[in-house]
Write a protein of this length. Structure first.
Lengths: 181, 181
């Protein structure tokens, strides 16, 4: 069950550096791509990611100026890699991987209901020189009931690192934390 | 003991999304800042990170057009957070945190010898509109003998996630891996 997730905390889903799924919808065709190069760029919240014409979703992203960033948990690791290994040109990835497309509130790109979190985004800018797409998050959702909540990180050579233990240094950092987190 | 680390694998140090230390040298003054918003932008290898005038190091970075990205391991977590909590305006951070500045080969910014890896970089571009600095890595080093090799990731609210177990899906991904990794 997805619940509202506050926009001022969206950067906390991206800052740890998890692998992300990005959905787009162009006309009646929806697609998903796997992205492992991303970062927050401010608390507004804006998020930068790296993509380009080598990804089939890129055209839809540029045309519709909308997408959803879905955050998969560790139990979706093989699904996430599989999504990255085939192309939306000839594959309905929702069908192929048994994923459920949910209706987003502010964009036409679909949510992925199996994911830990979903972030509805509009394209704010495209820095063509570097292939950097800057997104603005307009609505976010979290699955509060999901058991597996660990994200995972790509190394780049086929290995993936699952989140390990969490260390809380909040007291040390209190003076520099953005308000409300 | 630091050894050469191949440039074509540098993106693998950044892609997982670890917290980074960034050193600069301006004249005789060296400094360190903590950065947790970064991503690779290509395999050349270029790396984007988020910073701005709120960081004392930013001026030196823009002036010298050089820095070193040092990758701390989990045993340096408190040191890394401490570095982020004070300013180079009034603190010699190498001295305060007992870190050793090593001589880099291609830039004047220092290596941090206690770190797992060090990446010597030149500033390739500054996308002022988004505060994104694009770096080009020109030389990299790894400490092959260091025992603690787990990186750590910032959540953004004072919590940090240490690398957990590694899953190898190389066989699944073989067709899409860049050559040589």
């Amino acid at each position: 069950m997805l619940k509202d997730y506050p926009l001022n905390k969206v950067f906390m889903l991206i800052e740890p550096g998890p692998v992300l799924l990005v959905t787009t919808a162009s006309g009646r065709k929806k697609n998903i791509m796997t992205i492992s190069w991303s970062m927050p760029t401010d608390f507004s919240p804006n998020i930068a990611l790296l993509t380009g014409s080598w990804n089939h979703s890129f055209e839809a992203l540029m045309k519709t100026r909308e997408c959803v960033l879905a955050v998969p948990a560790a139990d979706l690791m093989k699904t996430t890699v599989g999504i990255g290994m085939c192309s939306g040109t000839d594959t309905d990835k929702f069908q192929k991987f048994g994923l459920t497309a949910g209706k987003a509130q502010k964009v036409r790109a679909p949510l992925i209901l199996e994911c830990l979190a979903n972030i509805e985004c509009r394209v704010e800018d495209y820095v063509e020189k570097h292939g950097i797409v800057v997104l603005n998050a307009v609505k976010a959702w979290i699955d509060d009931e999901r058991k597996e909540r660990r994200m995972f990180h790509a190394v780049g050579d086929g290995r993936f690192i699952v989140d390990g233990r969490t260390v809380n240094l909040r007291k040390m950092m209190e003076a520099k934390l953005p308000s409300g987190v």
